[in-house]
Design a protein. Structure first.
Length: 130
């Protein structure tokens, strides 16, 4: 009997595997297993991994500590993608080895921008006296 997957079940699976990939990548970077000066000299946070529905592609959101040298860190990650894909494939058991795509995580910048807007004088005067 074949198990029928609901969209909810599939999304839970995608989240679970994405989290496993995030943990593996974080561990690799933390232990400096990548032989790259840029990656060894920067602390990099893997903030999120979003898997495609077929699990063949993983979008990896990264943020260097304090946002320093973001372009250099992204370049180093992209240059070492083949090594990272092999490591992820050997540690996360899926039918296919996911292709990794590294992107800068802009959510922290967006949060800071919203915070600045909320603290601006124009917004403060609107929130002031009710």
């Amino acid at each position: 009997m074949r198990r029928v997957e609901t969209p909810e079940g599939r999304s839970v699976r995608l989240l679970r595997i994405g989290e496993q990939v995030r943990h593996v990548l974080s561990e690799i970077l933390q232990r400096a297993e990548v032989h790259d000066e840029t990656l060894q000299s920067h602390l990099v946070s893997i903030t999120e991994v979003r898997m495609s529905p077929d699990l063949r592609h993983a979008t990896v959101f990264v943020k260097p500590l304090l946002g320093q040298d973001e372009d250099a860190v992204l370049k180093a990650l992209r240059q070492n993608t083949a090594f990272l894909q092999r490591e992820v494939a050997s540690r996360v058991r899926t039918k296919y080895a996911a292709k990794l795509k590294f992107i800068a995580d802009e959510s922290f910048d967006e949060g800071g921008h919203i915070d600045r807007l909320l603290r601006s004088e124009k917004v403060a005067q609107d929130l002031g006296e009710e």
